[in-house]
Design a binder for this molecule. Structure first.
Ligand code: PA5
Length: 424
């Protein structure tokens, strides 16, 4: 693996013997996942999705992206949850590769937000992606009605067929029926891939290809991770290591995991991890509560609680080794602010010292922490990261004894909302 896991700051919290005792259970979780004998096995298609992705499909999407970028100034990507967060996480992480701006809709019910979006895009050439696996989710369905009205004010029916692309179930759901009736282009989501595990499926690949991201490298990274994380050996498999230690910390009542990073580009990676972990593990009275913080800003707010609050936390840092930037801090001849110690240093170096200081201080303050290291902000790294987290969370879910692939709690809210809306 090109991404790494450093567990130095777990010592005195997790002991070798704890890990050794857990290994049979971890091996069973791994075997259940791979043999399809575990809970929710009908939704484990994500496990070998990278190796099953055909290069001809990636080329087709690359060509589609070139076609769309010739006739569009931007995309509107409509979706929520697994049909939204991973796309946004990837585009923020890879912002320097992005060739077409993407705006989002259907992830809220905010009238001001949508009105502002329509005003902003009034004179722009727009292509719309509508993404919903079930095709029945309220927020994207309502947003699509409004976006369709906006698009119909700009384009003829014939052009709308070119400019609206739907990503949904192959056969079921209202969105599938609408797409078939209107003749929109569609890409199917496989039955065995659930929403929050779908970022490497057409859900993520189509918008990313349209935005100009190198999806072949993204898939290559996930394929390499798929291979390396299929090895049933604790010493070799960092998903095993991360899952086992998360679970052991959780058993010690460290039931909040804070994912911490030091880069603005990673805010939505934190949101994606929160969805994946929270929706997969949080059921049957169990689950690690996932939080995320953007340092160094949050060191000046949440940092206090992390350092000295209730000791029910553990922390995972996500660190990028080489950001690809060089921003040298100028020298001040009078050294009035007394910061000539950082003069001529790269800003990234200062950021790295902030991470090192924070990891040490939090550890000494009673917060066990791990660090996931990423080589750089590129699609290959991101493909590995996505797959690594999917595998880790599935394993931790099995260790907890829950089905990581359903979301009955979310369904409960949807049912109640339909009732309030009078939807039949
Ligand atoms: O992980 C999940 O399954 C959910 O978060 C869904 O992605 C979310 O509810 C959106 O569902 P859909 O794509 O069916 O509109």
């Amino acid at each position: 693996m090109k991404i790494g896991l450093d567990m130095t700051n777990l010592k005195s919290f997790v002991h070798d013997k704890d890990v050794a005792d857990l290994l049979p259970q971890l091996k069973k979780s791994h075997d259940d996942l791979h043999s399809g004998k575990g809970k929710g096995s009908e939704f484990t298609g994500w496990l070998n999705l990278p190796s099953k992705t055909e290069s001809s499909f990636l080329s087709e999407l690359k060509n589609l992206g070139e076609e769309v970028r010739k006739n569009s100034d931007c995309l509107i990507s409509i979706g929520i949850g697994g049909s939204y967060i991973g796309i946004r996480a990837a585009l923020d992480f890879l912002s320097r590769e992005q060739k077409l701006p993407v705006f989002y809709a259907g992830h809220n019910l905010s009238s001001g937000y949508l009105q502002d979006l329509f005003t902003q895009l009034k004179d722009k050439r727009v292509t719309v992606l509508v993404i919903s696996k079930s095709g029945t989710t309220t927020e994207p369905a309502v947003a699509f009605r409004l976006v369709k009205q906006f698009m119909a004010g700009k384009y003829s029916d014939t052009e709308l067929k070119q400019r609206i692309i739907c990503i949904t179930d192959e056969k079921k759901g209202a969105l599938r029926a609408i797409a078939n009736k209107e003749g929109y282009r569609t890409y199917p989501i496989a039955d065995d891939v659930g929403g929050r595990f779908s970022v490497l499926a057409p859900v993520g690949l189509v918008p990313l290809a349209l935005a100009g991201i190198d999806i072949a490298s993204l898939i290559k990274g996930s394929q390499d991770a798929e291979k390396e994380l299929s090895v049933a050996d604790y010493g070799e498999n960092i998903a095993w290591q991360y899952a086992a230690n998360r679970y052991l910390l959780y058993r010690q009542k460290k039931n909040i995991e804070i994912t911490s990073f030091f880069y603005e580009e990673m805010h939505f990676i934190g949101e994606w991890i929160k969805q994946l972990s929270g929706e997969s593990e949080g059921k049957e009275g169990q689950g690690i509560f996932p939080a995320s913080v953007n340092f160094t800003a949050d060191l000046h707010s949440m940092g206090q609680l992390i350092q000295e609050g209730e000791r029910n936390l553990f922390e995972t840092f996500l660190i990028v080794k080489n950001t690809g930037h060089e921003l040298l801090i100028p020298e001040d001849k009078d050294n009035q602010d007394n910061f000539n110690c950082v003069a001529k240093k790269n800003l990234d170096w200062v950021n790295e010292q902030a991470y090192r200081a924070t990891a040490m201080a939090h550890y000494e303050g009673g917060v066990p922490n791990m660090t996931i290291t990423l080589p750089q902000f590129d699609a290959y790294t991101l493909g590995q990261l996505f797959y690594f987290y999917e595998k880790t969370i599935a394993l931790t879910g099995y260790l907890m004894g829950v089905n990581p692939f359903n979301q009955p709690g979310v369904e409960a809210y949807k049912t109640k909302m339909f009732a309030l809306l009078g939807r039949k």
